[in-house]
Ligand binder design. Structure first.
Ligand code: GTB
Length: 214
């Protein structure tokens, strides 16, 4: 059964691959699973038919036979558990890779998103100049710890896993800030992941939506 995912009809990132359908596309490409995409407008996402799939009116969603999933983390874990290629074979290795997925989503992503939202939407606020260094500092603390742990390894725990896919997807949200570049091993880690053929295919597919060349 070919799964169907949803993605923005017009992504606000203009094809930069920062919307969360990108990480799902990447996971599907890594495991070699073909997929269909249903493009949705912001208006459609808030209508009952989409809310039945995604209670918060967001993308991505994932439909496969009778299964409907939302939350990029839940979707990618499902893909990783049902196909070879994104989780190690040994039970302890699988548990650690899943822990890295959670680390990406619940330890790294919140301060990164908070920092990004402030840059985008709070520049006109009187308190922006005071708050921004604090938000940046919180991100730097996480980046420093991650950089220490990665050290000179290629991936977070042995072979490339869903943990790396999620971590890189989260770090990419810092691209415009340049903060990752202050940690050369993290910058190399992101570049290494982006060089993967599966990433390249997923990126091209989401870019084609923006350019209309799909
Ligand atoms: N926790 C959910 C998940 O991981 O699946 C979060 C899903 C989510 O935030 N979806 C966003 C969405 O549908 C798109 S990805 N937003 C519409 C809405 O809430 O009304 C977030 C996103 C959007 C845009 C950019 N960008 O332009 O750079 C980057 C990321």
């Amino acid at each position: 059964m070919t799964p169907t995912i949803t993605a923005f009809e017009k992504s606000p990132d203009r094809g930069k691959g920062l919307a969360r359908d990108m990480r799902v596309r990447w996971a599907l490409e890594e495991v070699g699973q073909p997929y269909d995409v249903r493009l949705v407008s912001f208006e459609t996402m808030k209508k009952p038919a989409h809310l039945a799939l995604q209670p918060f009116g967001q993308i991505p969603t994932y439909e496969e036979g009778g299964l409907v999933l939302f939350e990029s983390g839940g979707i990618i874990l499902h893909i990783a558990e049902h196909h070879a290629g994104l989780l190690p074979d040994d039970a302890n290795g699988r548990a650690r890779a899943i822990a890295w997925m959670f680390a990406a989503l619940s330890t790294m992503e919140p301060p990164i998103v908070e920092h990004g939202m402030s840059l985008l939407f709070e520049r006109d606020k009187s308190w922006y100049e005071q708050r921004q260094p604090m938000l940046e500092d919180r991100v730097r603390k996480r980046l420093a710890a991650l950089s220490n742990r990665l050290d000179d390894a290629d991936w977070l725990d042995g072979a490339f896993s869903a943990g790396d896919l999620m971590m890189v997807s989260v770090l990419q949200r810092l691209r415009s800030s340049g903060l990752v570049n202050d940690y050369p091993n993290l910058a190399a880690y992101v570049a290494r992941a982006e060089a993967r053929p599966a990433y390249q295919r997923a990126f091209a597919a989401q870019l084609a939506v923006f350019t209309g060349k799909q």
